[in-house]
Design a protein around this ligand. Sequence first.
Ligand code: ARG
Length: 298
Amino acid sequence: MTLAWGRHYAMVEPEHFRIDYAINPFMDLADQPDLQLALLQWEVLVGTLEGLGATVDVLPQRPDAPDMVYAMNLGLAVGRPDGAQRVVMSHMRHPQRRIETGSAAAWFARSGRPAAYVGREGVGPAFEAGDAFPFGDALVVGHGPRTDELALKALATELGVRVRGVRTTHPGMYHLDLAFCPLDERRAIICPDAFDAASAQALLALVGEPLVITEEEALTTFCANSVVVGDTVVMPGCPEHVRVRLEAWGFAVRIVDVTEFHKGGGSVRCLTNPLDITLGRDLPVVPGGDVVLPPRMS
Ligand code: ARG
């Protein structure tokens, strides 16, 4: 069964994309993106998603928020079975990105998604939406570099879902979406090296058929930072064994060059924010919420 979500995205037009500060190991103020090329790459990504039948809604970029182009981190939008929409806003770890939240919340509100918060303006737990994706019976949430463990309970309660927490330990895979990409109901790309041993084991056990990639593959190709539209995986790059496996499973691979955005530490997934995750369809409703952590290993 193909994923039901992933056919509607919010994206930020990268008019003011640049590297003003370094908050992840990829960012280097001496290695600035070529803005014209970045705009072109972004337009090709939009065209590719639309060509596959997805809808893209575009937000303007704040001139003072160079990382806002990584729309995935603005917030986690979730629909209810009755059609009501909402968004849990990110509470960015780094103060440099908190300026994005007000503009994004206003945009989400205008599009019919009122905002909820697990933390705000430096108070309460950090949460970045690139750390949260539905898979199987739960919202899988990575915590460590960008999201606090305390946010798991807040998300579970706020949304009324099961949250499965995994601890990220790799500084280069600072968001879950750099190491984990749900492909369909029982398959996902996973880089176990991103997580502590118990979390890697729990994630591999949760996914019926994991497509395992190495640390080097994750960091050099960003191949886990892909999006899935039906049976097509839109990827920034794809190691040969990954392509062979995806095609054997019946997926088509579409490569889109977004290398200018790798300079800020993000790729295809980071540039897109799915707006069609639906409770009761993609994420079972668990009244009151519930948090599951991997058993401690001795
Ligand atoms: N420069 C951005 C940051 O460090 C990159 C965000 C990448 N986004 C993602 N969903 N992994 O916050």
